[in-house]
Write a protein that binds this ligand. Structure first.
Ligand code: PAN
Ligand code: ZN
Length: 192
């Protein structure tokens, strides 16, 4: 049996930390290939290099039945008219699904199925869950004005494949238009 300290975790949605867990921080400079408006991205970087999001992760076992989980915290903000967001990824083991649990703030998950390319936008809010099926790229976006925090629980062997998204990005973008999130095709958004 694992020890109590392994079985129980204490997390703080306000700080985005899980006691005793390592955290990864992503700054604006880490997200060069994510944002649509490269001029807005460059001028935002010249003004500073803010923290965009952090993920504290707990990864205890590595067996087939084990689970890992992370606490994500995405700051409010925009680059041009695009909201702060995560890099987004497929799971390296494509069949791995994930359950997201909204804790605070107002978010959206952008899901893109690998083979069909079909896209879905699902709200991520406190006391709501979002089920991310396998074979689906997922990106989390803060569309609100306060930090967005959530838990993501996934199979230990899921792994993270960032390469495919870094090469071609998601086919859709979520843009702020007069205070409302609007989903556009990336190609159409480039022209607009
Ligand atoms: C999440 C993500 C977290 C950060 O824990 O890792 O939201 O997003 P990126 O990993 O795309 O930077 C998860 O989906 N884990 O599988
Ligand atoms: Zn994931």
């Amino acid at each position: 049996m694992k020890s109590l300290i392994q079985l129980l975790s204490k997390f703080d949605p306000a700080t985005g930390q899980i006691a005793g867990a390592a955290a990864t921080s992503r700054y604006l400079s880490d997200l060069g290939s994510c944002f649509l408006d490269t001029a807005a991205y460059q001028s935002a970087l010249q003004a500073g290099n803010p923290l965009v999001y952090s993920v504290a992760s707990v990864a205890l076992g590595s067996g087939d039945g084990d689970l890992h989980y992370g606490l994500g915290k995405i700051m409010p903000g925009r680059v041009g008219s695009e909201y702060y967001m995560t890099k987004g990824h497929f799971h390296a083991w494509r069949e791995a699904a994930e359950l997201y649990i909204g804790l605070a703030g107002e978010g959206v998950m952008l899901l893109e199925e690998e083979v069909s390319g079909s896209t879905q936008v699902v709200p991520l809010r406190p006391c709501q869950t979002v089920y991310v099926p396998g074979h689906t790229a997922h990106r989390t976006i803060n569309v609100g004005s306060v930090p967005l925090t959530y838990l993501g629980v996934y199979p230990a062997k899921a792994g993270h494949d960032y390469g495919a998204i870094a090469r071609r990005n998601f086919s859709k973008v979520l843009i702020d238009r007069n205070g409302q999130p609007v989903l556009l095709d990336r190609s159409a958004a480039v022209r607009s």
